[in-house]
Design a binder for this molecule. Sequence first.
Ligand code: SF4
Length: 304
Amino acid sequence: MKCDKCGKEAVIYQRYSGMHLCAAHEIADVERKVKKRMRQEKMVIPGDHVAVGMSGGKDSAVTLSILTETFGKRPEIKFTAITIDEGIEGYRNFSIPKVKELCDRLGVPHVVVSFKDEVGCTLDDMLKRERKEASCTYCGVFRRMLLNKKAREIGANKLATGHNLDDDAQTVLLNVLNGDVERLARLRPSRIQEGLVPRIKPLMDIPEREIALYAFLKKLPFYLGECPYAHESLRGEVKDMLNDFESRHPGTKYSIMRGFDSIVDCLKEKYRQVPLEKCAICGEPSIDKTCQGCKLKQRIHIKI
Ligand code: SF4
C-alpha cells in the first residue's frame, strides 16, 4: 500500500481515518496530534519543571522524547525523569536500564525511587504477605503516591505520564463496568489540590499501537516485556474487549472519549472534587485522615 500523502510505501493503515501513511507521515501525524493537545490545554508553559513518570515502556519513552524534542531547546523549561522501582523480579531490572539509556541520549536527569527504600517492602514481598486484591491495587496505591511525592520533592510543578487513548478509553469502560461513576469524574481533575502535582497526559489522543510504531520508527530504547502481574487485572480483559471492538468498528476508542468528554462536566457538577487533607501519619495528601498507603501498610504489617 502507498502513503496517501506522498505515495511512498505505507507502514500503517489508520482504519479510523481511512489513511495509509508512510513512516515520515505517521511520525508527523503523531507529533501533530500530541502538540495540538498540549497547545489546547497549555500543558507545558515557560517556567515549568516537568517530571516525567518513566516505566521503561514505549509510552513513557515516546512522552519524554516528544516533550524534549518540542521544548528541550528552551532553557526556561526543565525536565526530570522519575522511575518507580516496585521491586518486581524479572521486570523492573530489565526496564530501568532502558530508561537510563534514553535519558542519557536526551540529556535528561533520571531519578529512581524504590518501594523497598520508601515503603519498606518490595511489591513481590508485599504480595507474599497478602493477596486479597489484584496485584495492581497494591502497586497502584504506592506507585501513585511515590511518583507525586518525588515530583514535589524535586520541585516539579507538572507530572507527565504516558497514558494514551487506549488507557483512557479502558478507564472509562472499567469504571462503568464497576458502577463507579464518581471515579469517572476524577479522570479530568477540575482544580489544583495542595500537595498534588498536576498531571499532564500528552499522548491522550494517540492509540497504543501507533505509539509502539512511533517508538520503533524513532528507534527509541524501551522494554517490550510485560509486568508478570498485568494479567490479573480486570483492565486486561477490558483491553482485549476494546481491541476486538475497535477492529470491527474502527474509531470506537475515540468515540468513547468523545462521549465521555461531553458528559464530564455534568459528572463533575454531581460529584464535586473533595478537598484533600494531610494524612495524619505520613503527611501525604489524602481524602481521609489516614491515606490509602498508610492504611495498607498497617493492614499488611509493614512498619510505618
Ligand atoms: Fe504494578 Fe500492575 Fe503495572 Fe505491574 S501491571 S507495574 S503490578 S500496576
